[in-house]
Unconditional design. Structure first.
Length: 326
């Protein structure tokens, strides 16, 4: 059931989480499927509902930085600087985990992913949970594992059914998942790009952000880092605008059951469904998953996407598209 997030619904959702149930939670990135992070039995319900492998760790969402010591055994100086600069906001930090805490949420690793969301409904719910003794909720995207992430309450209901309690926070303003920085290897290491860019991280840290393969010590497992992820039912193909136009020209009237997300409307017939790709990275990130879901719903068999620029602000969008096409 989808509920307007008034005080009564917030209290109902917080109590449901306290009682070991699942809740659909709006954040500024995407909607999450939330459970009490320290209740391993409740967290197991997330893995079951999503069809997600139980060793694939979840991100724990907290109301504020004051809750970090409950989950993290250590916070390096550069990680603390990132918390002060970007929380609340779409940034996840991988930190050494407190022994015996949130074992299932961490996929039984000795590290834990933490983030403090900025969405007002998420903040209200997390604060209400804390008042009931629930000091963090694990909340991966509220969709079947590997599929397109949800950015509206209706998306969540279509994925997980009408019985789930879902707080309707409107469209997610960011639209792609958080940037993930691994802070367990002595240097900031980018595991997943997002709205907060590599140059922004580097400016706060005062040091280079490394790629995960540039450090000898293996990277911990983290959410949303599998090669194939965020995939619609239709096959996604990435190409230049010139290639899209050339292939459509070659197909001519035989271009059918095809979706195109590109900057310019292609010269194509009724068998091609076109959606405009925004010129700016932030708007493109906001639209990305909704466009993929819309084209899927229209029954297209392939989705041709104009590959965005290779500049830092587009890194998160390019990452999601490359994983959707893998």
């Amino acid at each position: 059931m989808i509920l307007k997030p008034d005080d009564r619904a917030i209290a109902q959702a917080a109590q449901a989480l306290r009682d070991g149930q699942l809740v659909g939670l709006p954040t500024e990135t995407v909607y999450g499927l939330a459970a009490n992070a320290t209740d391993d039995a409740a967290v197991a319900k997330i893995y079951a509902a999503k069809g997600r492998p139980s060793d694939h760790p979840l991100i724990v969402h907290v109301a504020s930085a004051a809750q970090v010591p409950m989950f993290a055994a250590q916070v390096p100086d550069f990680a603390q600087a990132l918390i002060e600069a970007f929380w609340p906001g779409p940034l996840t930090l991988i930190l050494p985990r407190q022994s015996g805490v949130a074992t299932a949420s961490a996929g039984r690793q000795d590290s834990i992913g933490l983030r403090c969301p900025s969405h007002p409904v998420a903040q209200q719910l997390l604060q209400a949970c804390a008042a009931l003794g629930v000091h963090g909720v694990s909340a991966p995207s509220a969709n079947r594992f590997g599929r397109v992430s949800p950015t509206t309450a209706a998306h969540v209901q279509s994925e997980l059914g009408p019985d789930l309690l879902i707080l309707d926070g409107g469209e997610c303003p960011v639209g792609i998942e958080s940037t993930i920085i691994d802070c367990t290897r002595g240097e900031p290491v980018l595991l997943r790009p997002g709205h907060i860019t590599r140059p922004q991280i580097e400016a706060v840290c005062g040091r280079a952000v490394l790629d995960k393969d540039a450090v000898a010590q293996p990277a911990p497992r983290a959410s949303g880092t599998l090669e194939s992820h965020y995939a619609p039912r239709a096959k996604v193909r990435l190409m230049s605008a010139q290639d899209i136009n050339a292939k459509l020209l070659a197909l001519g009237p035989h271009a059918n059951n095809l979706g195109v997300w590109s900057a310019q409307r292609p010269d194509a017939g009724a068998g091609v469904v076109w959606r405009a790709q925004p010129a700016g990275a932030e708007q493109a990130a906001h639209d990305l998953f909704s466009v993929l879901r819309d084209l899927d719903a229209r029954g297209v068999q392939q989705i041709w996407v104009q590959l965005p620029p290779g500049t830092p602000e587009w890194e998160g969008v390019r990452d999601r598209l490359q994983r959707a096409a893998a």
